[in-house]
Ligand binder design. Structure first.
Ligand code: ATP
Ligand code: MG
Length: 364
């Protein structure tokens, strides 16, 4: 799919804006603080129902206004879709093709979007929570069941942790929580394991292209709970570990084991990139992961995801910039930047340039 247009009312620093997009490369250029990332955010929320920024829904309403509105239209090979998001203080409404939907999760799996920001370049260096977020963000788009397992798991984990804060928690209730954690946890672990297996294979090929075969890149899932060979056995593997750790949970007053402790190990030529990789290698590894993600979403959904590249060009050298934009020749791409090299533009076959200035978008 690709976004054909978007309309914004009182969204961040936009008062009233409509933009018609190019189906391939959209270059969004402007100085700092003009509204480039805000525009990507508006596109993103029509895919995920929430922002990629650590922000509340109501923060996206223009300062001094009571409500905001975003409408996007996306077109695929065989279908099209209109998504409308209304934001008011303390509430949000979503419509798909004019029909209200009750849950944000119903929005997932319609328009597939991948965001790539300088933050993502830190996926290698940052703490494990960023790598878990990487897995979650992609999996919720392709596996509705994963989304519901993840939400339920989190809710039960929260309840269990609240109970563990008591000096003498009720073991009967802890048993009930552990049983549920094992059910949802098993689904989370197995889904992550098979996703990372695919990502590893695909990103290895991509990374090899990016480095002219000099580097062998591998990703492995570092699951806190062993992934069992037999699918039906996963739940009891978790239950055993939770039982073994019951005393430690009580002592430390929190849940010590489970997929909330998962991580990924990343290697270049058999060396841990996090520990030994140069900055350039770490960025390239992040890039390979992102490119692989696009391929997996395409494999799983049959849809080519839309790419939002927020300020990443300036972090890469010219060859990698070129490689990045041209390796997605099937996707619609949005690229934000303060400025862009003319020589790079010359390498892009189909594009449109938009100038963004103080909350208004002008086609140049
Ligand atoms: N709710 C809001 N209402 C009005 N303005 C807002 C709101 N939230 C953020 N802004 C403003 O929007 C402006 C543009 O933000 P944005 O992040 O889109 O900038 P940008 O063009 O991506 O800049 P940079 O190049 O620095 O990343 C900022 O000045 C910010 O203060
Ligand atoms: Mg920005």
């Amino acid at each position: 799919m690709h976004f054909s247009e978007i309309e914004l009312k009182n969204f961040r620093n936009y008062k009233n804006q409509k933009v018609i997009f190019h189906k391939k490369v959209n270059l969004l250029l402007g100085q700092n603080a003009q509204g480039k990332t805000n525009l990507l955010e508006a596109l993103y929320i029509t895919s995920f129902g929430k922002s990629f920024r650590q922000t509340n829904d109501s923060d996206m309403i223009k300062f001094g206004e009571k409500n905001a509105f975003v409408r996007a239209h996306a077109v695929g090979e065989n279908d099209d879709i209109t998504v409308e998001i209304g934001l008011v203080k303390g509430g949000k409404s979503i419509k798909i093709d004019g029909t209200p939907v009750r849950k944000t999760s119903e929005l997932l799996n319609h328009i597939h979007v991948i965001i790539f920001s300088p933050d993502d370049l830190r996926i290698v260096k940052d703490d494990p929570s960023r790598r878990r977020r990487f897995m979650n963000r992609e999996l919720v788009q392709i596996r509705p069941v994963y989304f519901s397992s993840l939400m339920r798991y989190r809710k039960v984990l929260q309840q269990k942790n609240a109970l563990l804060k008591n000096s003498v928690p009720d073991c009967g209730i802890l048993d009930v929580f552990d049983e549920e954690l094992a059910i949802y946890g098993a689904d989370i672990i197995r889904t992550r394991a098979s996703f990372i297996e695919k990502i590893s294979l695909i990103s290895n090929g991509i990374h090899s292209d990016l480095t002219e075969s000099r580097e062998d890149f591998r990703v492995s899932y570092k699951s806190d709970i062993p992934v069992s060979k037999d699918k039906n056995n996963q739940k009891s593997v978790i239950l055993d570990i939770l039982a073994e750790n019951r005393n430690e949970d009580i002592e430390r007053r929190t849940s010590c084991r489970g997929p909330q402790r998962d991580d990924l190990d990343l290697y270049i030529n058999d060396r841990n990139v996090r520990k030994y990789g140069s900055q350039g290698q770490q960025r390239t590894a992040a890039l390979s992961l992102k490119l692989a993600e696009t391929a997996v979403i395409k494999q799983e959904t049959g849809d080519t995801p839309i790419l939002l590249l927020d300020d990443v060009l300036s972090e890469l050298d010219f060859d990698r910039q070129k490689q990045l934009i041209n390796s997605f020749n099937e996707s619609q791409i949005f690229v934000t930047s303060a400025e862009i090299d003319r020589n790079l533009i010359a390498e892009i076959p189909e594009y449109e340039i938009f100038k963004i200035n103080n909350g208004s978008v002008i086609l140049t």
